[in-house]
Design a protein around this ligand. Structure first.
Ligand SMILES: [Zn+2]
Length: 393
């Protein structure tokens, strides 16, 4: 559980966090640990806007029995959780609660260590299918989003829950910003009801990993009168619908009895070209050791996983949906998963031709590391895919 008590201000992006007066749902760190032979990996979902490697690495140090490079920590991107970037204002002051963040890193490590302690024999099921219904759309251009939903389920092969799900992972691109930071509410947004619904219908634990949801794939809370539904009821409608779709998509997937489990990684660097991003990265009290001494480049880790017939690639930020489509098409699996905002969350990632192009892209360009971010990501992602074995066939 990551809900602060008392409540803290919430952040939906760069700038000072906004006060919260009530909570709707709770914030969580949810962990799935997979093991086969000598390979053990952890996938962690954190209810926050973004979770940088400086915080992730604090947890990795406290996790026993999994190499740090096999621990993938992603943010759900809820816009109603405390500031985890410690965004500095023009005077270098921050509205973040560093003690809360440190507590979270221990809670996250505890969640993974608990999952390790509870490892039990299982088979997996994986599937990718189109999630139907009013779930997401692209706020900039309604149809330009990826409706594919990836699902990974671990089914117990023994014990009291034999045949039942131990965990269900849902991978889908969406901005959980139904409530947003301006309503005085702290909330996991639609990710809370999504996980609750899966856990109540299927059993076991559920976790949500976001995907390529940048510029600007968001929750479809549009109302017929041109307004938007912005309450927790709408979070529940969308979360429940995505949960039901995910369970439908995975329902008929075959059990994979000798699924391979593979984890690889690669360090990559991005130039920090944007003045805004440079200011934040240099002046935040959570300054990353991965920023070079000149302050003009930052390093991060990409991960590639094969989990049976599924392949997973991480994105250290918010890739636009066209980048998502392109990378998925080049992955060596008919079940491509993209874990967005995972290991790091550097803002938007656009292709160089999209960068500062449409007026619509002004905001996402400004909150991007620079023109080369998308290009470098695509090139490095494709090279990592090429270096790794394909998923099971
Ligand atoms: Zn975003």
């Amino acid at each position: 559980m990551l809900t602060p008590d008392p409540l803290l201000p919430v952040s939906g992006g760069i700038g000072m966090p906004k006060p919260s007066h009530e909570k709707k749902g709770d914030l969580f760190a949810r962990a799935l640990v997979l093991e086969k032979g000598n390979t053990r990996i952890a996938i962690v979902s954190v209810d926050n806007l973004g979770w940088t490697s400086i915080l992730g690495d604090r947890s990795r140090k406290l996790i026993k029995g999994i190499p740090p490079e096999n621990i993938l920590i992603g943010a759900t991107h809820t816009h109603s959780a405390p500031d985890a970037y410690a965004f500095p204002d023009e005077n270098g002051k921050t509205g973040a609660d560093l003690k809360y963040l440190d507590w979270c890193t221990r809670q996250i490590a505890d969640a993974v260590n608990e999952a390790i302690a509870k490892l039990q024999p299982a088979v997996i099921k994986t599937a990718v299918g189109e999630a139907k219904g009013k779930i997401a759309y692209n706020y900039y251009a309604p149809d330009l989003y990826d409706p594919r939903c990836g699902v990974i389920q671990a089914i117990a092969t023994g014990g009291a829950n034999k045949g039942k799900p131990i965990a269900t992972l849902v991978n889908y691109a969406i901005h959980p910003e139904v409530i947003g930071p301006d309503r005085g509410i702290l909330s996991p947004d639609l990710c809370g009801p999504l996980c609750d619904r899966i856990e109540s219908k299927a059993g076991g634990m559920a976790l949500f990993m976001n995907s390529a949801q940048g510029g600007m794939v968001t929750a479809d809370n549009r109302l017929p009168d041109g307004k938007e539904a912005n309450d927790y009821k709408e979070c529940a409608r969308i979360g429940n619908l995505l949960a039901d779709e995910a369970l439908r998509i995975i329902a008929d997937a075959p059990e994979q009895h000798n699924a391979s489990l593979f984890c690889a990684y690669k360090f990559i660097s991005f130039p920090i070209a944007s003045p805004v991003m440079k200011f934040i990265l240099i002046h935040t009290p959570l300054k990353s050791p991965y920023v070079n001494t000149a302050g003009d480049s930052i390093q991060t880790r990409l991960n590639l996983l094969n989990i049976g017939t599924a392949q997973v690639l991480t994105i250290p930020g918010e890739a636009l949906p066209n980048i998502g489509y392109y990378v998925k098409r080049h992955m060596r699996s008919s079940q491509p998963f993209l874990f967005g905002l995972t290991n790091d969350a550097f803002g938007y990632m656009l292709t160089k031709v999209d960068f500062t192009s449409f007026k619509r892209y002004e905001y996402v360009s400004r909150t991007s590391l620079g023109e080369q971010t998308g290009e470098i990501y695509i090139e490095q992602a494709l090279s990592l895919i090429g270096e790794c074995p394909p998923a099971d066939y």
